[in-house]
Design a binder for this molecule. Sequence first.
Ligand code: R5P
Length: 293
Amino acid sequence: MADTTGNKDAKNFGIGVPVETEGYFLKGSCHYDWGMQDRLSRIFNPKSGKTVMLAFDHGYFMGPTSGLERMDLSVVPLAPYADVLMCTRGALRTSIPPTSNKPVCLRCSGGISILKELSNEEVAVAIDDVIRLNCSAMAVQVHIGAEFETQTVNNMFKLIDAGMRHGIPTLGVTAVGKDMARDARYLGLATRIIAEMGAQFVKTYYCAEKFEEVTAGCPIPIVIAGGKKIPELDALTMAYNAIDQGASGVDMGRNIFQADNPIAMLKAVRSVVHEGNKPKDALDLYNTLKSES
Ligand code: R5P
């Protein structure tokens, strides 16, 4: 029953104390609604402005990739050290306990395999399922310059429109075909198109020359993929350079789960991305953690 009498008088109105109108920490994201900003704050750490996403969606077109043969054994122990899990809904439901309590960036395009044309993708998940799985973002492959370029941009439109209705960010992933150069000209073109079409953040590759022009020319946050497994120092150096040149994080897979000690590598990458650790110091950390385990 409502208490209509005997209530304390309301008097703490803070007269004279202006209401704070705080900005939003993330590039290009200050005009979104609360739900969208809340989800982006789960992906990007509001203190550092950065993210370390763990990508293990490779099976959606590559099958049982080395290091991901048993995701229950290889990925689950890594989850506590990642900011975000990026995977398919099949991986999530079969292999990742809901008690992991990590934000998920769900792979939402598919329909291809390494046996055929890689750009021939479709939207592969309905928004209802993205919501049912409580995902914090959706990922879609965009093949600029490839045979099915327009189809993949259309896939992105559909997901962005659905995401805007429900406050769920879309990650546009620049898929670089084997005939294309991973240089600043191509990556700048692809990331800018993805941003202008309305994605909330974009994943691309690092390039040794003019990467700062790629990040400067892209009005939304960029996270970099790791690519094929390379020596630990090289991967840490790549992460360092990318962040130093304007990236907002990494979405790394093989260089973490194919490392000799994946947990140590993930921690070393975190130290670079969130704390600005230098590559050699991060390698020392990796080796120390490895020797202790
Ligand atoms: C590729 O399209 C997949 O989405 C992977 O998530 C991506 O390549 C990142 O993984 P890696 O660091 O192994 O390249």
